[in-house]
Design a protein around this ligand. Structure first.
Ligand code: ADP
Ligand code: MG
Length: 348
């Protein structure tokens, strides 16, 4: 009884546990938490020291008794204990100041396109142990399509490309299900790694992941822009070990990230080629929707449009599309039921 009562005070929550960012959407309220999926843990006591942006800032700067952990890799849980603590912290934070002393929320959680039964179970267990009384799963590109307010239930082909930190998911959707899909581990983090390699090879300078990401966000592009841009970057001279500053141009960064960008474009092309002929006309009409943080890479939409000769659109606020989709599903049980069967591909 007591549990039912506390459960009744708990909020319904849509959760996007991303490799880079985790977002929690509270029903009737909107986005409540949007933080990097990073936790700093005291290795002696196993207690959380910091979460999200605060923890990300500590990366590479911690004393021996603190480790900074990124509990999700390529969209799946890689450190179960830390993932559970991270989620529990977020759920409790959402309920702070309410009368739900032991929050038992209903949750809808997005999961990657290709995920094993063991990985699905790990997500359900972690969110349950973090306090949820119900955990329903939805495939990320379907959640993105719903977040973008596409009418996914229709018998009509639509294409969504979700580019996150760890994975790119490409899906053709019709009748609330995924008809054809490709998932690749070439996504935001790989672009950052190629920029790090470029700084090392071209300038003999070592830079951190965060610096590489900053270069990508500030001047990275998939196609030449209207005005050339450049950025001054500080790193470590690999020969002397001392600090060194150098200047990178947008053209050099474009060249550096060319291969992974090409891999994403090629995977989109293959997915279109493999889509059933009955849906091709729909796809050429509805076009391709780009979502996820990677969709913000300048000129990526133009490059995909040029290479595939199809209309391409970047969804508004691409970093939150997936979680907004889970939020809409909290309000729509019949849509949730239809995408759940579409997500698992069962014929039940
Ligand atoms: P995930 O779902 O895997 O957590 P997100 O959808 O949150 O990923 O996207 C994070 C990725 O998007 C990171 O690799 C980040 O560097 C990248 N990103 C964010 N903003 C931009 C931008 N303006 N240009 C290019 N990439 C970006
Ligand atoms: Mg994501």
């Amino acid at each position: 009884m007591a549990r039912g009562w506390f459960g009744g005070l708990s909020k319904d929550i849509g959760i996007d546990l991303g490799t880079s960012n985790s977002i929690f959407y509270v029903r009737d309220k909107g986005i409540a938490i949007n933080e990097p999926t990073v936790a700093a843990v005291n290795t002696r006591t196993e207690a959380l020291v910091a979460v999200g942006t605060d923890a990300k800032r500590m990366m590479g700067k911690t004393p021996a008794h603190i480790t900074v952990v990124e509990p999700m890799v390529a969209g799946v849980i890689s450190d179960f204990e830390v993932a559970e603590k991270f989620i529990k912290h977020c759920i409790e934070k959402i309920h702070r100041g309410t009368f739900a002393f032991a929050p038992r929320p209903r949750t809808i959680v997005s999961v990657p396109l290709e995920i094993t039964e063991v990985e699905r179970k790990a997500v359900i267990d972690a969110v349950t142990r973090a306090g949820a009384r119900e955990v329903r799963l939805v495939t990320a590109p379907l959640a993105a399509a719903i977040g973008a307010r596409l009418a996914v239930q229709e018998s009509y082909g639509r294409m969504v490309v979700e580019i996150g930190g760890g994975t790119t998911s490409i899906a053709v959707i019709s009748l609330s299900g995924i008809v054809e899909s490709t998932m690749l581990k070439t996504a935001g983090n790989v672009l950052d790694a190629t920029i790090q390699a470029f700084a090392r090879d071209a300038f003999n300078v070592g830079i951190g992941r965060k610096a590489a990401e900053e270069i990508k966000i500030k001047i990275g592009s998939a196609m030449p822009g209207e005005e050339p841009s450049e950025l001054s970057v500080k790193g470590r001279n690999m020969l002397t070990g001392l600090p060194k500053e150098f200047t990178v141009t947008d053209g050099a960064v474009r060249e550096a990230i060319k291969r992974p960008v090409r891999a994403i474009v090629d995977a989109i092309r293959t997915t279109v080629e493999n889509a059933p002929s009955e849906l091709i006309a729909d796809l050429y009409e509805s076009g391709i929707l780009l979502s996820g943080g990677g969709a913000l890479l300048r000129g990526l939409d133009a490059l995909v449009a040029k290479e595939l000769t199809m209309p391409v659109r970047v969804v508004d606020d691409p970093l939150t599309t997936v979680v907004r989709g889970t939020g809409l599903l909290l309000d729509d049980d019949s849509l949730l039921a239809s995408v759940e069967s579409g997500s698992t591909g069962s014929l039940a």
